[in-house]
Design a protein around this ligand. Structure first.
Ligand code: NAP
Length: 248
């Protein structure tokens, strides 16, 4: 039996990267998966096909997580399709990196709305089904830079630090209702995005990490499954660093 047998998991931003890996692992662990994307229609269709090809249950929804009304509609649609939402993974995220001196208001707002406001939007929307079920697990995808800060990423780091504060607050507000809320702080995760980097730079990063390698999307998916499952029923308000020891 899988760790998420029959749980309904909603993942934002799963057309590629870490979200895709989380969707794949959740289906492997017996969950029924609803996932979202912003514009990658083809990738989303391919993922839906992949996830359902071996009898898995999954459905992709095009929905902008940064928009309050779209989040409400999304959750209504997911509840209609699957009955409820047991686990919410707020994974959708973007970067608009530049030094503060050059950062536009638009770059600040875009990152805040997609990375942080989205968690507010989706968490508000899943409250109804989770309160009704008297249980739930909410997982917010932060980052180690939300803990350490990073030059050239003040907007991104602020949004990721915000997710940690948000997670702790929701854990306190909803603990008595058996709704848990935790954050995951991935470190340097090797994805399509990092494949285009200079191999020397990547090697330099790897050498500074105690476990001497970059993380994989699967590493993050494993932590997500743990926090979504009943293996973690006494864990809330925490931030799990999935970073090979990069931050401690
Ligand atoms: P990615 O490959 O760039 O994928 C981002 C996903 O988010 C895509 O599915 C994208 O959909 C979706 N998305 C973007 N804006 C959206 C919106 N407004 N509404 C709904 N979906 C939206 O990112 P990743 O590297 O897998 O990262 C996933 C999460 O982990 C992010 O929150 C990121 O900040 C965090 N993280 C990543 C790393 C890393 O090293 N990769 C490290 C720490 C934290 P479309 O394909 O349709 O655009």
């Amino acid at each position: 039996m899988g760790l998420l047998e029959n749980k309904i998991v909603l993942i934002t931003g799963a057309s590629r990267g870490i979200g895709k890996s989380i969707a794949e692992e959740c289906v492997k662990q017996g969950a029924k998966v609803a996932f979202t994307y912003l514009s990658s229609d083809e990738k989303a269709r391919a993922l839906e096909q992949e996830l359902t090809s071996n009898g898995g249950v999954a459905k992709g929804f095009k929905s902008d997580a940064s928009k309050y009304d779209e989040a409400q509609k999304l959750v209504d649609d997911v509840v209609e399709a699957f009955g409820t939402v047991d686990v919410l993974v707020n994974n959708a995220g973007i970067t608009r990196d530049t030094l503060l001196m050059r950062m536009s208001e638009e770059q600040w707002d875009e990152v805040m709305n997609t990375n942080l406001k989205s968690a507010f939007n989706l968490t508000k929307a899943v409250l109804k089904p989770m309160l009704k079920a008297k249980s739930g697990s909410i997982i917010n995808m932060s980052s180690v830079v939300g803990v350490t800060g990073n030059a050239g990423q003040s907007n991104y780091a602020a949004s990721k630090a915000g997710l940690i504060g948000f997670s702790k607050s929701i854990a306190q507000e909803l603990g008595s209702r058996n709704i848990r809320c935790n954050a995951i702080a991935p470190g340097f995760i090797e994805t399509e995005m990092t494949e285009v980097l200079d191999p020397k730079v990547v090697e330099q990063w790897r050498s500074t990490i105690p476990l001497k390698r970059g993380g994989t999307p699967q590493d993050v998916a494993n932590a997500t499954v743990f926090l979504g499952s009943d293996m973690s029923t006494y864990i809330t308000g925490q931030t799990i660093h999935v970073c090979g020891g990069m931050t401690m």
